[in-house]
Design a protein around this ligand. Structure first.
Ligand SMILES: Cc1ncc(C[n+]2csc(CCOP(=O)(O)OP(=O)(O)O)c2C)c(N)n1
Length: 593
C-alpha cells in the first residue's frame, strides 16, 4: 500500500471527514490519496492560515480531531498562527505537512537549506504543539500517527504536527508489518482517582463553611463535554455561577444561578460577586490574567480557592494566585465524583448571598439604555444585543479579536444550546471568518454567525472565495469602525490619544466591504443607523447561503467596563463614584494604588 493512501485511510478511520488544505508539490501525493476516497474529502482554502483555523473550529464542533494540511516551506509556515490558536485553547488538531525528499534534506548539516523550500517545521512549531515530528522512515507511519492522535486527545488536549517527506509519501509499505504505538509510553501527570476523592472531601468541608461561595465555569467543561454534569453540579450546590471567557457558553444566561462573565472586561456584577466571595470553586479554567487582572494576588483575595485544572503547571504556576485545594484531573473525571459526594451532603442555604449577587448583576446591565439611542452609526453593544435576541437556540456564533470580541462577550445573551467562542488564548485578528467556515462544514453546512472587525476581516479576506466556492452559509457581520477600535482605547488611556497606525489619517484604512462582496458575487447588506436595524439583521439571518453584513460603528466606540492595569477586578473603569463602589464591597477595598 502506498503510504499516502495509508494516511488517508487512517484519518478516515479516526472519523475525520474533512481536511483543510492548500496544495503544493510536496503535498500532492497526500491530497491525491484523500481525494480518491469517499469517506474523507479536502476543502481547498486560499491560505494555509485559514485552513489551520478552520480545522481548529471544526474540532470544537465535532468533538473529534480537526485536520489541516500544507506543503513544504511557506505553506507550512503559514499554518503557524492557527496552530497557536489550537495550542492556547487546548483544541486537538492534526496538522500534516509535506516535506522535501529525505535525500534533499539537511540531515544535521549546518546549512540553512538543502532542498528547495526545505524548512524545519517540526522544530519551529515545537513550543506550540504537544507533539511535532518529521517522519524518518516509512515503516514508522502507523506508530507516529497513533502516537500523534493519542497525545492530541489525552491529558490537556492540543495540536500535533506530522511532517512527511515526499519520498516517504510515495513509498510502498506493508500495513501488517508496521510498528504499533503503545499508550503506556506516555505518562499523563494527573492526580489519581484516590487523590481526587480525598481532595473533593476536603473541598466539600471548605464549601460547607462558606457564606459567600461562587462557582466559576471555565472552558474545559465544554471541551470535556460535561455541560449536563455541570448543570447538575451547580443545582446541587445552588451557588451563584460566573463564567470565564472560554466558559461563556457553558451555562445559558437566563439560568437562575448565572451572574455574568467576569474578569478584565467582565460585567461589574460578576466581578463584585467573585471579589466579595469567601470561597471560589473554579472548574476547568487556568484563571489567567484576563480573568484575574494584572495582579492575580488581588483576585478573590479573601476566598478559599478550590481549583480543578488538568494541567499541573497551570495549577501551580505561582503567579500570585495559589489554590487552597488544587485538583489536577480532567473535568470529566472530577465532576461525576463531586456530584456523587454532594448528593450525600446537606449544603447550606445562602439565600441572602444569592439575592445580593443577583441585585449586583441587575444594577449593572450589559447594555445601558442611553446606548440604544443614536441617530447616526450603530452602537456596537446595541447591535450585539439585537443580534443575540434574534438568534435561535442552537446557533453557533464565532467572534474575532479586539473590540468586536469584547463587545460580543459583554453584550451577548447566550441561550440554551447556543455556542459562542473565539480563539481566546491566541486571539489573532482574522480567526472568526475561516473558523466559521470550519464550524459550518463540521455541522454539515449549517448556518454559522461570524462577528469580525474591519481589521480582522482584512487578514483573511481571501477566504471569501472559499465561502463562495463551497457555498458555505456563513453570515459575516463586519463591525466596521474603520479603525482598530480596541487599540484606540489603549492609545487614549496611555498615549494621549495619538492614534498612530489605528485610523485612516495615520496609516490604517479599510475598504468598502459591500463593494468587495459584489466582486466575489456575494449578497451584502449595509447597516449604518439604528433605524430598521432589526429587520436588516433578520434579512441577513433569513437569507439562504453566504452573506456579508457591514455594520458601521463610530471609530472610537469605547469598551465598557474595562480594567485599568494594576487595579483589582472589582474596580473597573469608568470608575464608579467611590460611595457606590464601597457600598458594593463586603471585603476591604484596595483603593490606594
Ligand atoms: C494578527 C494580529 N495582528 C495584530 C493584533 C493586535 N491587535 C489586537 S486587536 C487589533 C485591532 C483589531 O481591529 P478590528 O479587527 O477592526 O477590530 P475592532 O477592535 O475595531 O473591533 C489589533 C491590531 C492581533 N491581535 N492579531
Amino acid at each position: 500500500m502506498k503510504l499516502s493512501d495509508y494516511l488517508a485511510e487512517f484519518l478516515a478511520k479516526e472519523g475525520i471527514h474533512h481536511i483543510f488544505e492548500v496544495i503544493g508539490g510536496a503535498s500532492v501525493h497526500m491530497v491525491h490519496s484523500i481525494a480518491e476516497r469517499k469517506d474523507i474529502s479536502y476543502i481547498a482554502v486560499q491560505h494555509e492560515q485559514g485552513g489551520a483555523m478552520a480545522a481548529e473550529a471544526y474540532a470544537r464542533l465535532t468533538k473529534n480531531m480537526g485536520a489541516a494540511m500544507a506543503t513544504s516551506g511557506p505553506g507550512m509556515t503559514n499554518l503557524i498562527t492557527g496552530i497557536a490558536c489550537a495550542h492556547f485553547d487546548s483544541i486537538p488538531v492534526i496538522y500534516i505537512t509535506g516535506q522535501v525528499n529525505t535525500t534533499e534534506s539537511r540531515n544535521g548539516r549546518k546549512v540553512r537549506q538543502v532542498g528547495f523550500q526545505e524548512t524545519d517545521i517540526a522544530d519551529i512549531v515545537s513550543p506550540i504543539t504537544k507533539f511535532s515530528v518529521k517522519l524518518g522512515s516509512a515503516k514508522d507511519i502507523r506508530y507516529v500517527l497513533e502516537k500523534a492522535f493519542y497525545i492530541a486527545r489525552s491529558g490537556r488536549p492540543g495540536p500535533v504536527l506530522v511532517d512527511i517527506p515526499m519520498d516517504l509519501q510515495r513509498a510502498m509499505i506493508d500495513e501488517k508489518k508496521l510498528k504499533k504505538f503503545n499508550p503506556s509510553e506516555i505518562k499523563i501527570d494527573v492526580d489519581t482517582k484516590k487523590e481526587v476523592k480525598e481532595k473533593i472531601t476536603q473541598a466539600i468541608s471548605l464549601i460547607k463553611k462558606s457564606k459567600r461561595p461562587v462557582v466559576i465555569a471555565g472552558g474545559a467543561i465544554r471541551y470535556a463535554d460535561q455541560i449536563k454534569e455541570f448543570d447538575e453540579f451547580i443545582k446541587l450546590l445552588t451557588f451563584p455561577v460566573v463564567a470565564t471567557w472560554s466558559g461563556i457558553d457553558v451555562v445559558p444566561h437566563d439560568h437562575p444561578l448565572y451572574r455574568g462573565q467576569h474578569g478584565v472586561y467582565g460585567s461589574r456584577g460578576a466581578n463584585f460577586a467573585v471579589q466579595n466571595s469567601d470561597c471560589i470553586i473554579s472548574i476547568g479554567s487556568r484563571l489567567d490574567t484576563r480573568i484575574t487582572g494584572g495582579k492575580p494576588e488581588t483576585y478573590a483575595r479573601e476566598a478559599k480557592k478550590i481549583v480543578v485544572d488538568i494541567d499541573k503547571a497551570e495549577l501551580y504556576k505561582n503567579r500570585g494566585l495559589n489554590p487552597d485545594i488544587g485538583i489536577c484531573a480532567d473535568v470529566r473525571d472530577v465532576l461525576p465524583i463531586f456530584i456523587d459526594a454532594l448528593k450525600k451532603e446537606k449544603i447550606q442555604n445562602i439565600t441572602d448571598w444569592l439575592t445580593k449577587t443577583k441585585q449586583l448583576m441587575e444594577k449593572y446591565p450589559k447594555v445601558l439604555p442611553e446606548w440604544r439611542k443614536r441617530n447616526k452609526l450603530v452602537n456596537p453593544y446595541y447591535f450585539i444585543e439585537i443580534l443575540s435576541q434574534l438568534l435561535p437556540n442552537n446557533t453557533v456564533t464565532i467572534t474575532d479579536c479586539g473590540g468586536n470580541l469584547t463587545w460580543t462577550i459583554q453584550a451577548f445573551h447566550v441561550k440554551k444550546g447556543q455556542r459562542l467562542f473565539s480563539a481566546m488564548g491566541n486571539s489573532p485578528m482574522g480567526y472568526s471568518f475561516p473558523a466559521s467556515m470550519g464550524a459550518s462544514i463540521a455541522l454539515g453546512k449549517k448556518p454559522v454567525i461570524c462577528i469580525i472587525g474591519d481589521g480582522g476581516m482584512q487578514i483573511n479576506l481571501q477566504e471569501l472565495q472559499t465561502m463562495v466556492r463551497y457555498k458555505i452559509p456563513v453570515k459575516v457581520f463586519i463591525i466596521n469602525s474603520v479603525s482598530y477600535a480596541i487599540i484606540m482605547q489603549f492609545q487614549q488611556e496611555w498615549f494621549n490619544s495619538k492614534y498612530y497606525g489605528t485610523i485612516p489619517q495615520n496609516g490604517y484604512s479599510a475598504p468598502d466591504f459591500t463593494k468587495i462582496a459584489k466582486a466575489y458575487g456575494l449578497k451584502a447588506i449595509h447597516i449604518d443607523s439604528h433605524k430598521g436595524i432589526e429587520n436588516k439583521i433578520k434579512e441577513v439571518l433569513d437569507y439562504k447561503g453566504p452573506i456579508i453584513c457591514e455594520v458601521m460603528v463610530p471609530p472610537d466606540s469605547p469598551l465598557i467596563p474595562k480594567l485599568s492595569f494594576g487595579r483589582p477586578i472589582e474596580d473597573q473603569s469608568p470608575l464608579l463614584p467611590r460611595k457606590e463602589f464601597r457600598e458594593n464591597m463586603i471585603i476591604s477595598p484596595i483603593e490606594n494604588l
